[in-house]
Design a protein around this ligand. Sequence first.
Ligand SMILES: Cc1cc2nc3c(=O)[nH]c(=O)nc-3n(C[C@H](O)[C@H](O)[C@H](O)COP(=O)(O)OP(=O)(O)OC[C@H]3O[C@@H](n4cnc5c(N)ncnc54)[C@H](O)[C@@H]3O)c2cc1C
Length: 381
Amino acid sequence: MDITVVGAGLGGLAAAVALHRSGHTVTVLERAPHLRETGAGIGIMPNGVLALDALGLGAPVRERSAPLGTAGGVRNRHGQPLLATDQRAVEALTGAPVVVVPRRWLHGLLAEALPAGTVRTGRPVDAVPISDAVPTSDAVVVADGAGSRLRAALFPGHPGLQVSGEFAARAIAPAPPGVPLAPGELLDHRSGERFGCMPMADGAVYWYATWRTPDAPADPTARHAWLRARRADWHPCAAELIAATAPGDVHVVETARLAAPLPTFALGQVALLGDAAHAMTPDLGQGACLAFEDAVTLAGVLDTTADVAAALARYDALRRPRTTDLMRQARRMNRILTLRGPAGRLRDAALRLLPRGPATRAMAAQFRFDPRPGQRSPIGT
Ligand SMILES: Cc1cc2nc3c(=O)[nH]c(=O)nc-3n(C[C@H](O)[C@H](O)[C@H](O)COP(=O)(O)OP(=O)(O)OC[C@H]3O[C@@H](n4cnc5c(N)ncnc54)[C@H](O)[C@@H]3O)c2cc1C
């Protein structure tokens, strides 16, 4: 089949790799003049690694990451565990580790898995069917991201993207010498702000910080100083990692989610994938992982029948319940993790009481993915 993918982000490229590996002829149309990916590092959960395994890219991703060890989970701002999850147990339960890699590297890995000429940059697509300038396709995959224009055109009554009011700064820094890391996510019950850090290969650390207040300066240098001062009485790794990062290397975004789930991911010959289909706030670290799952499932259903509309309807049936559930979970997690004042203190006390084993198993259940369409891995079933 000839298949056009709109958007060359992590989701669109993963779809192109999956479809290419299934023997289809794929063209990726990307609006930007050059292939690019920003945002420092990315955490790939076990389900995302399993999906990358199915794309033939799991091995380099595992090799590129540093072992996370057993420590993880949620801590108070001083780094004391509130809910420790056992990463090694998660790996044993799911069959894959959590990995943290540079985004640009991962994007390049996907792009390099495609034949030369597959991705055409400087090619914005604003309507489906795609204009005559593009080869006629048997199917179109809409992967133009959270702010998808095609989604808006295909679902004119849908409320679209909704900003969360929470900002996230992300960067990669060298591990600060002499300062132990507090890996996982640190919560501040006073402000609802968070700080996360995870070791990467080559002595680097991926870190992020969140806030809701409008007080953050817009100028990157002033904002860097503001953020550092705001983390001064947290675990020392927070301020040290911020200090070890040049202000220009900190990427800041306001996070966003779809205001409501889409009624379908398949309209005739057109399928939606990745953030275009199910944008959620990054509270579960699942956005790109689910896009990789989408990609594997999409290629799998197209392998089973020559009836494209029927295959895409099956893709919708397989993907929408899971992604809608995780959209809900991400929203709930965001509410819980950003509680402040008395509610934040109560949250911390409740987290301390949760037993580690069941919490680890509940986490592992979220990471289930079987690349065979319609199958579920045994985790959590
Ligand atoms: C702060 C933050 C932290 C995150 N952390 C994680 C994490 O740890 N783990 C994880 O799995 N996920 C994480 N995510 C989510 C993840 O980044 C996204 O889910 C993922 O990047 C979505 O990929 P995508 O390809 O669907 O969309 P995008 O990456 O947005 O790609 C869309 C592409 O389409 C192109 N495009 C747009 N419009 C058009 C058009 N009209 N025509 C042609 N091309 C077009 C764009 O230029 C872009 O290249 C995080 C997100 C944020 C904001």
